[in-house]
Design a protein around this ligand. Structure first.
Ligand SMILES: [Zn+2]
Length: 246
């Protein structure tokens, strides 16, 4: 696999804009026309992949940032020309074998000092729960084939978070038959759960897919309202939507 370099730039609007390329290149203009079907709003995607759990206990906070293959693809395409998409997809294909998360859990101690749950404790208490209830534990080591990409991604996010540090959790995305277990672009659901670790209570993050920014909206068959692809029922008239039960 060709090494890819990801660098993240802060957008003028305060959001996180991203640049990626198959080689360390100078920043390119942000206005690159892409086919409508392939265009992903990276800032909208960022809002979907990042979740906060402001626990019932004050001063306890957990953050989880899911970076599925489609995230890296969208970030890469943001600074690539359409004719480069195939090469880009190929260069990051290996990421489909994993589900990558950046996580931070923190609380304030008796003295009011901020304390962070250590990476090894996060790994020890984390479990990924697939839609059928299957649980998977994180890999003990970051696989070599994605180490460079993952650490560049982590540095980029940290640089845009005022230097706040995250821990990386990586899960295998392959089933026994070698099939991919989860895709952010298909109808599915995944949860990342952290068992309680003193003094923090359990925390659970759930993503329903396809992520809205990765899919075209669907029309309600009754009222024609444009609704996210991940929804199963129209909120206005209760009509069942195309994707089926969820
Ligand atoms: Zn409707």
């Amino acid at each position: 696999m060709k090494a890819i370099t990801l660098s993240f730039l802060l957008a003028s609007g305060g959001g996180l804009a991203a640049l990626a390329g198959t080689q360390p290149a100078a920043p390119k203009p942000a206005t690159i026309p892409v086919p409508a079907a392939a265009k992903v709003d990276v800032n909208a995607l960022l809002k979907e992949v990042m979740k906060f759990d402001l626990a019932s206990q004050s001063d306890h906070m957990s953050v989880a940032f899911w970076a599925p293959f489609e995230f890296f693809q969208a970030v890469g395409r943001a600074s690539a020309k359409p004719e480069q998409y195939a090469e880009l997809d190929k260069s990051i294909e290996v990421l489909k074998n994993y589900q990558i998360f950046l996580v931070r859990r923190s609380y304030k101690d008796d003295q009011g000092l901020s304390r962070v749950i250590a990476a090894e404790d996060l790994a020890r208490t984390a479990v990924l729960i697939l839609r059928d209830g299957t649980e998977r534990l994180p890999l003990r080591e970051l696989p070599n084939e994605i180490a460079g990409t993952v650490s560049a991604f982590k540095r980029g996010v940290e640089a845009n978070s005022q230097g706040i540090e995250y821990s990386t959790l990586v899960f295998s995305n392959k089933g026994k038959a070698g099939q991919w277990l989860l895709s952010a672009a298909s109808k599915d659901r995944v949860s990342l759960r952290f068992k309680a670790i003193s003094p923090m209570a359990e925390s659970r993050f759930t993503w329903s897919t396809p992520l809205d920014s990765l899919s075209a909206p669907q029309a309600c068959p009754t009222c024609r309202e444009s609704l996210p692809q991940s929804w199963s029922f129209c909120p206005w008239d209760g009509a069942r939507l195309g994707g089926g039960a969820k």
